[in-house]
Write a protein that binds this ligand. Sequence first.
Ligand SMILES: [Zn+2]
Length: 189
Amino acid sequence: MTSRKLDSFQTPCPSCGRPVSASRTTCDHCGAALLQELPEPLVLPEPPKPYPIPLERPGCLTAYATLLALGGVSMILGAIDAWLHPLLYRYSDTIIDDLVLCGIPPVSAIINFLVAYGLWNTRNWGRILAIAYCSLGIVVTLVGWIIGIIRSGQWYGFGAGVVSTFIVAGLIINIAIVVWLIQNKQYFD
Ligand SMILES: [Zn+2]
């Protein structure tokens, strides 16, 4: 029995073992049907999705969360002081001013702590809450300003000098914070 070399276009017949042209569908020697075995389609496993690397909390966010928490503490202390010394703080006899004096600081303090917690942990609800809170602050400041203008007839509304400067600065900072929080969603879950 002579062994025949297989050239590159030949394949051994699975039935008789003799070389057959790879293009044939039946063996030239024994007539066996040659199944053209197609390779299984290669299914590549899905490449693993890149795990989103959590971004580190930026320093400005840490600073802002800290300031909010400190602001909450100072509001609580201020409210306690106002309750202990009502006459010192009573600048008006109207009940509305008293409610504002005694009611808003504790509520604001709680919101401050909540927003600070949410931002510190880069939670998206914290971001949304902070945007809402700052926007509310902006609206309240602007409304207060307009009321001040109407009451005083002066453009600065809150009184000249330091107070107005602080309020305008606070307004600008609040607007900057809202813009930053809207543009930097990627830091939050
Ligand atoms: Zn054969």
